[in-house]
Ligand binder design. Sequence first.
Ligand code: PGA
Length: 224
Amino acid sequence: MKKTFIIANWKSNETESEAKNWLQAINNSQLAVDEGKKIIVCPPFTLLPKVKEFFVNYQSSIAVGAQDISPFGEGAYTGEVNGREIKEFADYVIVGHSERRINFSESDELVNKKIEQAYLQGIIPIVCVSSLDQVKNLKVDNSKTLIAYEPLFAIGSGTADTPENADKMASDVKNILGEIPILYGGSVTSGNVSSFSKMPNIDGVLIGKASLEPSEFIKLSKNA
Ligand code: PGA
């Protein structure tokens, strides 16, 4: 049976008290995560220890991911958070999100450096791509990586890609990289999630906006 990844990307949202409410709501819902689903929550750096601590205390199967990683190791890189620091709290990291490629001018080369830093620490990168050209430039180890296809028009717009297009893109990515888990991201909601997760080449979803409201995220995880 294929595994369905459900990844919550909080982006630059949530204070400590807001996150506490979110975690409590998820816990109260006793979100039953069956064997076939893997939920990963990616909070901002400031909340990584809190979120990790919460899931450990409640023996939750939900995993923690960071939203970025330094392209360098430890050292004099003001403002950066390196892989060794991240690994204390997270087993996954989002790399190359289009919001970083666009707003922070991240190149394919930089994305590859970040992927390398993640591998060095045994962190699984969730590598975001919006075109096949970006895919062709990736240097990834298929057994230690998740790819998220996120078309630019669909991110935060309320208009998702069609499941058929997303599945075709996932199949094209697999033709380039070989067998590797591919997620779809961009305006996924509790209402449309199953149309993506049921597609043969799609192994899960990356969720932005719909992950912020606990009741919507719970519904989405159940429907996936
Ligand atoms: P969205 O964001 O679900 O708000 O469209 C998805 C993403 O950027 O990963």
